[in-house]
Design a protein. Structure first.
Length: 433
């Protein structure tokens, strides 16, 4: 038997099968890991024998737009864009809009244009399957409607959980009407979906608990990943510098990635003279909550140790990761069933990683599986300080653990596309069998 690498493309079929991909997160939207997941599938599925037909909103739907990713879509993907209005930006009067216009999300108007366009694409291209990805929930509603009208097998990609009832006092979504709507959509996925794809083992377990009627074989694990061609041929790291640069690249959510225990630890280490502006800098890039974080930095008096930097193009963000002395991952215990998408890019950068998370969560398990043990408990300022000091010592001595090339290759977008093609092959075969 001939073995292939995880990044090896599957052989092309004589006539590629086609998949209709319904996705809100797609270029020219700027920012967010969901763009890279859908874009990666659209780019690599042709090598796996599947031609992507992408149905996404018109650019007016996006508050932040950029052209950096447009060139990467590839010549094999057919893209149709239809009108989607953001209720908060386009339908509000004096900053207010009817709540019904934002169920199940602010882009619910997309359904009105996307369903007719999707039906035209089905008639024109005769796809073999439908794939949709959440967030946003309207994408699933569009796919549900198209599945009902066409009978095509539907693969629901659950990048994030639509529901979380693990804490009865703090359910997600917290608003009752939205919670009921999400629950209804999830039940429709269970009833009509041919497969449910999750990005972490914990997410699959949570779905199985809620959707007991769904058989085990309908659940599939396809994690996030990285795109190899996004990295330069030569490393960007500049070598040892006197001021250790620790970088967090991406959104810092107030609840799910609350950095206050870390900030308290930094303040204590600064007071004790261990850290100061001459030997340490933490850069928080594109946090999405700069005003809130600026207030916290002032509260803890660590403005000289921590800087807030704006969003930049993805290529520049990768260059910055490669040049950093260390990369910071934050993930609270209330997200134990999730893995930040940036973790996979961090692994590919082969720079030392400090993970402040919960030791029982999927993020910590993933890092340990890749041989990385520089992990601390985010909820404890004392453990943040312990983990940071150990990490700094190992990184400065060049002894911080890094993932092996083999472990990194398993995280590529090509490998993930191979896995999705397997799922699509299964559901389309069951339909024709």
């Amino acid at each position: 038997m001939v073995k292939t690498s995880p990044n090896a493309a599957r052989p092309n079929a004589a006539r590629p099968k086609r998949v209709l991909m319904v996705a809100y997160h797609f270029p020219p939207l700027a920012g967010g890991s969901g763009i890279l997941r859908t874009l990666g599938f659209a780019r690599h599925l042709p090598d796996c024998g599947w031609q992507p037909l992408v149905l996404s909103p018109s650019p007016v739907a996006y508050a932040q737009r950029g052209d950096a990713q447009l060139a990467r879509i590839g010549e094999h993907a057919t893209v149709r864009r239809t009108l989607a209005l953001d209720a908060a930006r386009h339908l509000a009067i004096a900053g207010r809009y009817p709540r019904c216009l934002a169920l199940p999300d602010r882009w619910s108007s997309w359904w009105l244009s996307a369903v007719p366009a999707g039906l035209r694409m089905i008639r024109e291209y005769r796809p073999d399957a439908i794939w949709s990805t959440y967030p946003i929930a309207t994408a699933h509603l569009i796919a549900l409607t198209l599945q009902k009208l066409s009978g095509l097998p539907w693969v629901a990609d659950q990048r994030d959980p639509m529901l979380d009832d693990s804490d009865p006092l703090a359910p997600y979504p917290p608003e009752p009407r939205l919670h009921r709507m999400h629950a209804w959509i999830e039940q429709r996925i269970a009833a009509r979906g041919a497969a449910i794809v999750c990005t972490t083992p914990g997410a699959i377990d949570a779905h199985r608990r809620r959707l007991a009627q769904v058989t085990r074989e309908r659940f599939h694990l396809i994690e996030n990943g990285y795109d190899e061609d996004g990295y330069p041929d030569s490393p960007a790291h500049t070598g040892h510098r006197s001021r250790f640069l620790l970088l967090h690249s991406g959104v810092i959510y107030p609840s799910e990635r609350d950095p206050q225990p870390l900030f308290e630890a930094l303040a204590r280490l600064r007071h004790d003279g261990v850290l100061h502006a001459r030997n340490f800098q933490l850069v928080l890039r594109a946090t999405g909550h700069d005003a809130w974080l600026a207030g916290l930095l002032a509260k803890y008096g660590i403005q000289d140790l921590v800087s807030l930097e704006p969003l930049q193009p993805h290529g520049a963000a990768l260059q910055e990761m490669l040049a950093a002395d260390g990369l910071l991952l934050l993930q609270a215990a209330n997200c134990n069933a999730q893995i930040p998408a940036k973790l996979y890019e961090y692994l590919r950068c082969r720079r030392p990683i400090l993970a402040l998370t919960d030791l029982a969560g999927d993020s910590a398990a993933k890092l340990r599986h890749c041989g990385i043990d520089t992990i601390g408990q985010l909820a404890s300022s004392g453990d943040c300080a312990r983990a940071l000091l150990r990490f700094l010592e190992l990184a400065r001595q060049g002894r911080a653990p890094l993932a092996s090339p083999t472990a990194i290759a398993l995280q590529s977008r090509q490998a993930r596309s191979n896995a999705l093609a397997d799922v699509l092959d299964q559901v389309s075969h069951r339909r024709t069998a």
